[in-house]
Design a protein around this ligand. Structure first.
Ligand SMILES: O=C1O[C@H](COP(=O)(O)O)[C@@H](O)[C@H](O)[C@H]1O
Length: 259
């Protein structure tokens, strides 16, 4: 049975440092149990801050980076060298500074890559990447990611699934092209909610007062069409990591989880 837990930190810096420490612990535990681990990255201010904290941590050397698969939950469909790319930001913050196996870093194609300016082809290719990395134990065409990191927008988007957009109604495909996003850049590639729910653990990480309404609504049972982040959960555990401002409209007092 899936658990939902909420942990509130005093501010965004503390949240990012604590999330980085949790990542080390969880990835080391998973690698000890299974040999390798998979991690899905998010873009956004908090997501990239967590990667920077992980880079700065000496404990990062406890992770066997060569036995870690890296994926993305969403990507901005822009040229490879654009500062808007989630991949570029993640590489600068962490990935270029740790000994990953390049074959295990699964990027979504940029708009000047092998599929040209065709986000549907790039999305379909990423769905193939996921399918080729899913094993029989995954019972489908998406790996059971060990940890999926996600952020959220004040209007309730997560990954690049925006409220009342075609992507939020998708039930068949694991990855879709997203157009006309209200937040720039307008064209993106995103995992869908059913693919997100294939993750064992989903960590929703956000900071700031602008996210407080979306956080409170998601945790009080809002529908995923109007508030896609409400549909983001792991099949083992959903962990919300918040700063005080983002938690400011929660009515219940959340205690740190014991495990
Ligand atoms: O555009 C995006 O935004 C969200 C949230 O970003 P934030 O800076 O408001 O925290 C992020 O989760 C997503 O990956 C990204 O593409």
């Amino acid at each position: 049975m899936s658990k939902t837990e909420v942990v509130v930190y005093a501010n965004q810096d503390l949240l990012a440092a604590a999330a980085a420490a949790r990542l080390v612990t969880r990835l080391v535990d998973v690698q000890a149990a299974k040999g390798s681990a998979s991690l899905v990255l998010t873009g956004g201010g908090t997501g990239i801050a967590v990667l920077s904290e992980l880079r700065a941590s000496t404990a990062r050397d406890a992770i066997d980076w060569s036995r870690l698969d890296i994926y993305w939950g969403d990507e901005r469909f822009v040229p490879a060298d654009s500062d808007d790319r989630n991949e570029k930001q993640a590489r600068e913050a962490l990935l270029d500074h740790v000994p990953l196996d390049p074959k295990r870093v699964h990027v979504m194609a940029p708009s000047d890559g092998e599929f040209g300016d065709d986000p549907d082809a790039a999305a379909a290719a990423y769905a193939e990447v996921l399918a080729s990395n899913a094993g029989p134990e995954d019972h489908g065409d998406v790996p059971s990611f060990d940890i999926m990191l996600l952020g959220l927008g004040g209007e309730g988007h997560t990954a690049s699934v925006f409220p009342e957009s075609p992507a939020v109604y998708e039930t068949e495909r694991s990855v879709v092209a997203v157009r006309n996003c209200p937040k720039p850049p307008p064209t993106r590639i995103s995992l869908t909610l059913p693919a997100i729910r294939r993750a064992r653990d989903v960590w929703l990480m956000t900071a700031g007062e602008a996210k407080a309404d979306a956080v409170a609504l998601a945790l009080s049972g809002a529908g995923e069409v109007q508030l896609p982040v409400a549909g983001a959960r792991g099949h083992r555990r959903t962990l919300w990591l918040l700063d005080r401002a983002a938690a400011g409209k929660l009515t219940k007092v959340y205690q740190p989880p014991t495990a």
